[in-house]
Design a protein. Structure first.
Lengths: 755, 413
């Protein structure tokens, strides 16, 4: 009988295997890192010490100790906490200590989702039980039974909730929470890096409102934030909380050797640059690890892929009876099922777990030996969180990144330094967005009247309040602005949506059981949810049967077709104001406000593998107007280029710029749009515009303004390195026939390199 | 007295002062609203207290005044009825410091919703007196809340839906003004909405006060504004200064409170006066309510009256509940008879319980297993015929009766 190979032995074998050698684009090894430990703080209460000892903890990691000291010194701070570094002790210890010292003291924990709060509550309960102290902690969310709500409000020492609940369920009813707000000592914000973009900007305002209520009741809480690795945690925390933060960046948790493998599936269709499906490669790799008895977690992007992989892999164990060694794990599992999987992983009955990104967010299932990522999860922070799942204590860990054929994936696999090097990724928020600001100013006015001299957070608001008075929402008396409307503003404002009015997507596959699949902002839905569009949701194809533009509803039905749809958006873009400019030799870059009039015109049906155009149709929707911020680059027309040459090259270039912006500014693909104009109405020069999809702007194009030179350099390199002949979806977009287009794009990009 | 001693005495005075001063000093007297005179001319009185201005309207009624079918002074009879009752009941009063209370607000919930009108009806100086306080504008809220006197201890407050709406809203406003106001005490609170739901369950479909007025209190409003317009009218009046529509809100509030009083009279008499009845259904509801409150004697009185007054058809629910009362006091044979009397006209979902009880008594007391089997069969036949039962409930019932049946069948052998 053969013996199982260890990770080290397996790697040795792969290094000498010709096939593997070709597919593995890059090897990287991160050396072992010993733990940096610290003693328990001298004043740490004996009940906490004994609870920690019951858990087998006799010393703290250095960052946990640092966190304790800062919190105790009433200093707000942010700690960078990779997976499995014991981040929850960074806040539990000072919070529990303060409650033991003063039972009137209160703490509020904020988690981005309800599920995470509930998960953390069970862990906290267990810790408190081990301490043998009477400290009350509760989750407060939509599921909290009315009968215990009063108890939570009056007696809960630690309240675990989410920003949405704080926004619409707690702050507008603050008089019911007097004992919390009068004694609020700590506010914990876990998973800080998730508060970015529109959502983060909304939450920044919810926190400003929270601080305003605290000040009213006489408390001045300290913020404790924990974050995955991003490049600007301190900046993000400070702009989210409007408070100075100390940064704990040195992590004391130990780590074993980590082997990173960048794996690119072989090309099966050279003309279109199409590679073998990543999912099949992942299946084969996972099978190998399973056979070697190496405990593995596989990440896939959608539920469907998770199910597919589980089905593939289960063939390995189908001859065993009642075998549980391969399990799927996706969102929506019950806590009990989750515990069962955790237990199985600990005692070894589970060999391989296939998971969606649900696991990436703080849910703790312990550590495994290997991790396989199917594609790039979209940002570095998530990639590191997934990678962090591999590496049990000081053991050697294996992380395999399997690239898909998308632009981002191909860029990552060919530029491992991007993922492994210093993270250039930032999480940005933009509380200055006037629309978001006004929304929350209404909520704040509802909660407590502003006086004629008040500020709101860092904002001067008297003129804005006067505007709300004109709108008939506020009434000014001798010294205050009073809410005078029968509306409840928090219900009209959703923290999660990208614009105020979203299109709701309704699945009517089963007529008796229609269900809401999700929502999409109005602007994007013009090109993605028009009638007959193929809409992809978690890997499943749906066809839009009816788009009710008045009621903002799209009715879809599940289909199985071999094409996707691509809609043309005619965009009329006008520059409203030019706020910043930098001039280069042959080009200038700008930042400012733009007005966009967009109208969807026609859509094409494009076959999956051949990219043939197999049909088209008109789209009948009214034009949409959007005022937002934008950054644009205008350049002198390269001599000898004809209009049509330039136009084609600019279209291809715009596609590749659009693909790359999310890499440089952590944002979603849908948060920005790129438009090319051969002769701009503004300057008569050829111009590329990058603008924020959200009314008022969300800070992305402002960031793009700063990174144009690097951005263009990377776009050039990527298109240049792309193995396709004539352009493919991974670089300049699928091309029908225009031979030589890729070269034109490269020439244009070369011309645009800014010095 | 020595100089030093004098000084020490002064010191004591100084120490006390800052605490008082800070709370008073930080209160800034608000300016009177621009429309002060206009509202005065519209017939509203102006009161000034240490926190600002409040508008007020007083209306008095003679004890002989009729609102709908009821004379206001009948309320004393209602108080008398409650005084005679020994047990505590959710709507019992001691007749002392009773205030009929209702508010109008600028919204439905949250700290941005103000109470702008408080109406209180009391008996004073041998007449009924309605005092309506109207908030001059939101900056005069402290003055308004203080003037209502709702903070005064030992009051009995009678409201309609006040337990979940008016009073929590008042507490919210109080918390926001707590620096200046005396503490809000917890009154004895009677919410007539709860009582109405019990008494007219299955009879009324809507429990809006205006529909109870029409159905039960003999009163129909003419020229009333709908309640949901009240917020907009006040907001408009504050913004534009025109009190015209606001006076209609005051009238609306006046009707609400008068009906509150007559509703109290009507419900009290229904509950406690033997000869005062409506229908078999209401009486049965009342008897059931007494039973749930463990006031079995009162409950039995109600049911007995129904069975002696009404035809069997209408009295079947009463027989059914009497059965349970007897069972409670271990008078099984009487219970058996009651359930049997109930059977004929009982709604199906109750009938199934009656069969169960009959089967139990036959099995355990009379040892008439054959008879018990018949009842069990009847019950089993019924299960599928009851549309309101959920599938899980049906399965549960089926299992229970089948278990009983099997046991009985064994006993027969």
């Amino acid at each position: 009988m053969r013996t199982n190979l260890s990770i080290a032995e397996l790697l040795k074998e792969w290094k000498s295997d010709a096939v593997m050698k070709e597919r593995i684009v890059h090897w990287h090894t991160v050396p072992e890192k010993p733990a940096s430990l610290a003693d328990f703080p001298a004043d740490l209460h004996e009940s906490i010490v004994s609870a920690l000892k019951k858990r087998g903890i006799t010393k703290l990691y250095s960052h946990q100790r640092d966190a304790y000291e800062l919190a105790r010194a009433n200093q707000s701070f942010t700690a960078i906490t990779p997976t499995a570094s014991g981040k929850s002790y960074c806040y539990h210890l000072p919070v529990l200590q303060s409650i033991i010292e003063n039972p009137a003291s209160r703490a509020l924990y904020l988690f981005p989702t309800k599920a995470l709060a509930q998960d953390q509550k069970s862990d906290l309960h267990e810790l408190i039980e081990q301490m043998d102290q009477s400290i009350l902690s509760y989750t407060f969310d939509g599921d909290t039974a009315p009968a215990i709500r009063t108890k939570v409000r009056k007696a809960g020492h630690i309240v675990l909730t989410n920003p949405d609940m704080l926004h619409s369920g707690i702050l507008p009813h603050h008089t019911k929470w007097v004992s919390l707000f009068e004694n609020l000592k700590y506010i914990v914000i876990d998973e800080l890096h998730t508060y970015k973009g529109v959502f983060g900007s909304h939450v920044a305002h919810v926190i400003r409102r929270l601080k305003r209520i605290c000040a009213y009741y006489g408390s001045n809480p300290i913020f404790i934030c924990t974050s995955a690795t991003i490049s600007n945690p301190k900046e993000l925390a400070e702009s989210l909380t409007n408070e100075t933060h100390q940064l704990i960046s040195k992590n004391g948790a130990p780590a074993g050797i980590k082997n990173f493998i960048f794996y690119n599936p072989p090309i099966v269709h050279p003309t279109f640059g199409i590679r073998r499906s990543a999912i099949l490669e992942v299946r084969d790799l996972a099978k190998r690890l399973y056979k070697e008895n190496i405990q593995t977690i596989v990440f896939a992007k959608s539920r469907v892929r998770v199910e597919m992989l589980v089905t593939y892999l289960k063939e390995l164990s189908k001859k065993k009876i009642q075998d549980e060694s391969i399990r799927g794990y996706r969102g929506g599992y019950l806590p009990s099922e989750r515990r069962e999987i955790e237990k199985g992983l600990r005692n070894g009955t589970i060999q391989t777990v296939v998971s969606t990104n649900a696991l990436e967010l703080g849910v703790d299932i312990g550590q495994l030996q290997a991790c396989i990522m199917t594609g790039y999860p979209g940002n570095i922070a998530s990639a590191w969180q997934q990678a962090g799942r591999a590496g049990r204590r000081q053991d050697e860990a294996l992380i395999i990144y399997v690239a898909q054929s998308t632009a981002l994936d191909q860029y990552i696999v060919n530029n491992p330094g991007y993922l492994l090097g210093q993270s250039p990724e930032e999480a940005r928020i933009h509380p200055e967005n006037l629309i978001i600001l006004m929304d929350h100013l209404k909520c704040a006015s509802f909660e407590l009247p502003f006086s004629m001299t008040d500020q709101y957070g860092e904002f001067e608001i008297q003129e804005l309040l006067a505007y709300l008075e004109d709108e008939g929402i506020l009434v000014r008396t001798s010294d205050k602005w009073h809410w005078m409307s029968d509306r409840f503003p928090a219900h009209e404002i959703s923290l999660r949506s990208a614009s105020q009015e979203n299109v709701v997507i309704i699945d009517q596959t089963v007529p008796a059981a229609t269900k809401v699949l999700g929502e999409m902002d109005r602007y994007s839905s013009m090109t993605l949810l028009h009638e007959e569009a193929i809409y992809l949701h978690q890997g499943i194809q749906f066809q839009v049967e009816k788009l009710d533009w008045e009621e903002k509803k799209a009715f879809v039905r599940e289909v199985d077709v071999d094409y996707f749809t691509d809609a043309n958006l005619a965009v009329e873009l006008k520059v409203m104001s030019e706020d910043k400019v930098i001039e280069f030799e042959q080009a200038s870059i700008y930042y400012g406000d733009v007005s966009i009039l967009a109208m969807a015109t026609i859509f094409k049906k494009i076959r999956f593998d051949s990219h043939d155009n197999i049909g088209s149709g008109p789209i009948q929707l009214p034009p949409e107007e959007l005022h937002t911020s934008s950054s644009w680059i205008s350049f002198n027309r390269p001599k000898t280029w004809t209009d049509s040459m330039l136009s084609d090259a600019m279209t291809g270039t715009a596609t590749s710029i659009g693909l790359f912006v999310p890499l440089f500014v952590q944002c979603d693909r849908r948060d920005i749009h790129v438009v090319a104009q051969v002769k701009s109405t503004h300057s008569e020069l050829p111009t590329f515009y990058v603008y924020d999809s959200y009314p008022g702007g969300i800070g992305i194009s402002e960031r793009v303004y700063e990174v144009w030179p690097t951005l263009l350099e990377h776009v050039y390199q990527h298109v240049n390195n792309c193995p396709c002949d004539q352009g493919c979806p991974a670089c300049i977009g699928a091309q029908e026939a225009s031979i030589g287009m890729k070269d034109d794009v490269l020439n244009l990009l070369a011309y645009l390199q800014l010095q | 007295m020595s100089f030093e001693k004098n000084l020490l005495q002064m010191k004591k005075l100084i120490k006390k002062k800052p605490a008082k001063e800070t709370s008073l000093a930080s209160f800034v007297m608000p300016n009177p609203p621009a429309y002060l005179e206009t509202w005065k001319n519209a017939g509203l009185e102006v009161i000034e207290n240490q926190f600002g201005l409040v508008f007020m309207k007083k209306t008095v009624y003679s004890p002989q005044f009729f609102h709908g079918s009821f004379k206001l002074s009948d309320v004393f009879h209602a108080f008398e009825l409650w005084n005679q009752l020994e047990e505590e009941h959710p709507i019992s009063t001691n007749g002392q410091n009773v205030v009929f209370f209702d508010t109008e607000t600028t919204g439905l919930k949250g700290t941005g919703t103000y109470i702008f009108l408080s109406g209180q009806l009391v008996f004073k100086n041998s007449q009924f007196e309605l005092t309506q306080h109207l908030m001059a504008d939101p900056s005069h809220e402290t003055a308004f809340l203080y003037e209502t006197g709702l903070w005064k201890p030992n009051q009995t407050v009678i409201t309609y839906n006040g337990k979940s709406f008016d009073w929590p809203q008042l507490e919210t406003r109080w918390t926001l003004n707590r620096t200046y106001l005396p503490k809000l005490s917890v009154p004895h609170h009677i919410d007539l909405l709860h009582g109405s739901r019990r008494v007219w369950k299955g009879d009324l479909t809507q429990f809006k006060l205006t529909s109870i007025e029409v159905e039960k209190l003999g009163f129909k409003r003419i020229g009333d504004i709908p309640g949901y317009l009240a917020p907009i009218i006040y907001l408009d009046a504050v913004k534009n200064g025109d009190p015209h529509a606001l006076l209609k809100v005051l009238h609306h509030n006046e009707w609400d409170i008068l009906s509150l009083l007559t509703l109290f009279i009507h419900s009290s008499k229904l509950l406690l006066e033997e000869s005062y009845t409506e229908t078999a259904l209401t009486s049965t509801n009342i008897g059931k309510w007494f039973a749930d409150l463990k006031m079995y004697e009162k409950s039995q009185d109600q049911f007995d009256q129904i069975t002696s007054t009404y035809e069997k058809e209408e009295a079947s629910m009463a027989f059914y509940y009497i059965g349970f009362n007897y069972k409670r006091f271990n008078r099984k044979e009487d219970a058996y008879q009651s359930f049997k009397n109930a059977l004929l006209h009982l709604p199906l979902r109750f009938k199934i319980n009656a069969y169960e009880e009959l089967a139990k008594i036959d099995e355990h007391l009379f040892k008439r297993f054959d008879q018990a089997i018949i009842y069990t069969h009847e019950a089993l036949k019924l299960i599928e015929a009851i549309p309101e039962l959920t599938d899980t409930k049906k399965i549960k019932l089926k299992n229970a009766f089948e278990k009983r049946l099997n046991r009985l069948l064994k006993k027969v052998k």
